[in-house]
Write a protein that binds this ligand. Structure first.
Ligand code: PMT
Length: 431
């Protein structure tokens, strides 16, 4: 985390009703420690879980709770409270407050402040897994995520206070700080991890970067498909970093639920074969850097049905599903010779370095980024990742960090190696 990012920042920390409210006390402590000026706002529900005195002691400011509080209104009224912060963090954000905010209501201090503010608002949801996955909560999440100055953080997965297991747990305070500080000051957060230097506009200007991201879908019939859990976040973070570095970026993406970074040429594809065609086309005139972050399905059904299979037929077909191997997108681009520097990812559940190293040579590429996809706190469908960078000379670890940060740090490492290869005129590739 970058402490500079928080120095003198005015943070309105809104705490709503949920057992995770106890974690917000630690979040308040971390914010104050990082140099932020923190004002806590508690909803009526939050009072059932934690005492205002706890936050007052941690922040040195009296907690605000009531909309119609004559005394408080004489000081910082609710409209001034909406103007005061540099950013708002709602942690935990309950299903109830998400619903009221998504409906545009202003029936308590928090929802009123939310309507009155245009500052960055970070939502940190926390609730029971069934409440989180309910279609109405997911609809509210989508509505809120579409507000231009709202950022919706994910939930964590695992054991919940109610005894159930699944998504809906509040992220740990340290992770919340990391994710938010990366959006406040990307250059600062980049400096935290060893690398050649911060991303700057000119780093890749005049150069072409092609990136694959997300999963592919291989259809069995018009409504059933084989796919995987890739969310596209890793590839999209790299694409955003490459745009920030001034590159001309083509992002070839399988079906994902996140918006493409501003400034990329987006090529949306569904299957591995479509991804291959898009990749060959995007690199036909040459590119400096090709990065394959996509999780491409290795196999596809040999004979997809033209019509939806009836339940009985589907049972038979699925038990005897004949598969054929998909083309290898990365290897095909490597074989074409059209990309000056090639980067692959290796998604492994065991013997991370060994398996990744063999992919590096088998695919004839310059660098492989290995991640352990057996872990739930990194890898597939997480906001975080931790990787091993393996090239033909060395292995280097980049510690667990947000994918946004990692996108920048990885890009810096890639650019450094690509430049070196240009200077040397050698790749050491195993072709
Ligand atoms: O999308 P996220 O939720 O953010 O998750 C990120 C990620 C885990 C998907 C990403 O970090 C990652 O590991 N991507 C590669 C996943 C994968 O398919 O790994 P692999 O070991 O099966 O493939 C090795 C490399 O060959 C990859 O660069 C892959 O893109 C490429 N490949 C594989 C098969 C194929 N037919 N064509 C390919 O291009």
């Amino acid at each position: 985390m970058a402490p500079e990012a928080w120095q003198s920042k005015r943070v309105l920390l809104a705490v709503t009703g949920g057992i995770a409210a106890y974690k917000s006390a630690l979040l308040a402590r971390l914010l104050v420690k990082a140099g932020a000026d923190v004002q806590v706002l508690m909803t009526a529900g939050a009072h059932a879980f934690i005492q205002p005195l706890t936050f007052q002691a941690l922040t040195g400011r009296a907690v605000r709770s009531d909309l119609l509080d004559e005394q408080a209104e004489q000081g910082m009224g609710h409209i001034e409270l909406a103007r005061w912060p540099d950013l708002v963090i709602i942690a935990p954000a309950s299903a109830d407050v998400m619903a009221r905010a998504a409906a545009g209501m202003a029936d308590d201090l928090l929802t009123t402040v939310l309507l009155a503010t245009r500052k960055q608002v970070f939502w940190v949801p926390a609730m029971n897994q069934a409440m989180w996955s309910h279609p109405l909560t997911q609809r509210n999440r989508t509505v809120l995520a579409a507000v231009p100055f709202y950022t919706m953080l994910d939930t964590a997965e695992g054991a919940q206070a109610c005894g159930e297991t699944g998504p809906g747990r509040m992220l740990e305070p340290e992770d919340i700080m990391t994710l938010i500080s990366a959006t406040l000051s990307p250059a600062d957060s980049t400096r935290l991890h060893s690398g050649p230097g911060p991303i700057s506009d000119g780093l890749l200007s005049g150069h072409r970067v092609v990136i694959t991201a997300g999963p592919t879908r291989e259809y069995i019939d018009p409504v059933r498909f084989v796919s995987n859990e890739s969310s596209g976040r890793m590839g999209y973070a790299l694409a955003a970093a490459a745009v920030a570095a001034g590159a001309d970026v083509t992002l070839i993406s399988g079906p994902v639920g996140i918006p493409a970074p501003d400034g990329v040429h987006l090529r949306s594809v569904t299957s591995a074969e479509q991804m291959l065609q898009a990749a060959l086309m995007a690199t036909a005139d040459g590119c400096e850097i090709f990065i394959a972050a996509a999780a491409v399905a290795d196999y596809r059904p040999a004979r997809p049905a033209g019509q939806k299979l009836k339940k009985q037929a589907a049972a038979v077909q699925l038990s005897q599903l004949e598969l054929v191997e998909n083309p290898d997108v990365l290897k095909s681009v490597a074989d074409s010779g059209n990309a000056a520097y090639l980067v692959g990812f290796a998604a492994e559940t065991e013997q991370l370095a060994e398996h990744a190293r063999s992919k590096l040579t088998r695919k004839g590429i310059d660098l492989i980024v290995a991640n352990d996809v057996s872990r739930t706190d990194i890898g597939f469908n997480s906001d975080f990742n931790e990787v091993l960078l393996i090239d033909h000379q060395q292995t280097q670890r980049l510690e667990r960090q947000s994918k946004r940060q990692l996108g920048q740090n990885l890009l810096l490492q890639i650019v450094d190696r690509w430049r070196l290869k240009n200077e040397d005129g050698t790749s050491g590739r195993g072709k």
